[in-house]
Design a protein around this ligand. Sequence first.
Ligand code: SF4
Ligand code: SF4
Length: 94
Amino acid sequence: MSALKEKLGWRKVPPGGTISEAGSSALYKTGAWRSFKPVIDKAKCTKCLICWIYCPDMAVKRVNDGVEIDYEYCKGCGICAAECPVKAIRMEEE
Ligand code: SF4
Ligand code: SF4
């Protein structure tokens, strides 16, 4: 903190809670926040895409044979597992 004070005066510190450039969220690999990860059982999956619709982080990706999780961005909230109608997603501890 003291190093930051030495380098930047208050006029140069960017305001918090603002997005300074478009697409910046792609740079933040929010998957590092996760303590549980969703694992899809492809044998049970009916490809209904409910998990794809509900994921708040767009971490469920549509692929040719159904869906897969993008672990670089999945935060492990478990919404996909809770909403899957056939319980094809289980949450595993990291
Ligand atoms: S909600 Fe469940 S069944 Fe539907 S696509 Fe996702 S994993 Fe497959
Ligand atoms: S656990 Fe949460 S963030 Fe990760 S894929 Fe499921 S709904 Fe998306």
